[in-house]
Ligand binder design. Structure first.
Ligand code: ADE
Length: 242
């Protein structure tokens, strides 16, 4: 997979990506991360990339020329090309899954109070937001997108089973998990998880996953159309056990 990122702070992206599994994916050439410094395409002696907004208002706006020039300097750019912005489509696991199946995509990070609208309407293919809050720039958001997508690439986690059993993959939160010791300060790991009966473990995990989701994110249950009869039964059995 190839990801191109346009930013005035390429080091923010490369530093984060130089750790752990992302760094492995890059060095093993499963992920090609191409960083483009917008400052290099800035105007004049000072490599200016921003200016005051037409019509007045607070803050500075990123000019369109450096961004168009930077993007157009890459001949084989992978699209879609997204601008990170709080006005964009909310990024979620489904979007990460879809992007992970492509051979690449590209991201533009804005800074200051925003970006000239012509970049959004005439150069980019869309905008992505990582949540309903405003960050100081798109770099953190780009990293969120890159990591959420890259960890779905084959070989990323060294364990191909994990992505299908985790939070959000079937529209539910993952069941609570435990590791050794089996008892800590009098707090015990549920007996069923330690008895090796895989069918019982599967049912218990599904029931606790449903329970967690109903408790913490009832909106997710609503989104998948409520509970099936079997799920309701499993949940009732669990509730009668606790
Ligand atoms: N840039 C500033 N805030 C953002 C957000 N919430 N998501 C994506 N990019 C942003």
């Amino acid at each position: 997979m190839r990801v191109d990122v346009f930013t005035i702070f390429p080091d923010l992206i490369s530093d984060y990506c130089s750790y752990s599994l992302l760094s492995n994916a890059i060095s093993e050439k499963r992920l090609a991360l191409n960083l483009h410094n917008l400052r290099e395409f800035g105007l004049g002696k000072h490599r200016k990339v921003d200016d005051e907004p037409y019509g007045g208002g607070a803050g500075m706006i990123m000019r369109c020329e450096p961004i168009f020039d930077a993007v157009e300097s890459v001949s084989d750019l992978k699209r879609p090309l997204y601008v990170l912005s709080p006005k964009g489509k909310l990024f979620d696991q489904q979007m990460a899954n879809d992007l992970s199946k492509s051979d690449g995509f590209s991201l533009i990070c804005s800074r200051y109070e925003g970006i000239d609208e012509r970049v959004i309407s005439n150069l980019a293919d869309g905008e992505i937001s990582i949540g309903d809050y405003v960050l100081a720039g798109g770099e953190l958001a780009a990293l969120v997108v890159i990591e959420a997508v890259a960890r779905l690439l084959p070989g990323f986690m060294g364990n191909s089973v994990s992505p299908v059993e985790e939070t959000f993959f079937n529209g539910l939160l993952e069941a609570p998990q435990y590791t050794r010791p089996s008892e800590f300060k009098g707090l015990k790991v549920p007996e069923v998880l330690m008895n090796g009966d895989h069918e019982k473990i599967r049912k218990f995990s599904l029931a606790t996953s449903l329970y967690e989701t109903l408790k913490k994110r009832p909106d997710l249950i609503e989104k998948r159309g409520g509970l099936t009869e079997e799920e309701q039964k499993l949940l009732d059995e669990l509730k009668s056990d606790i």
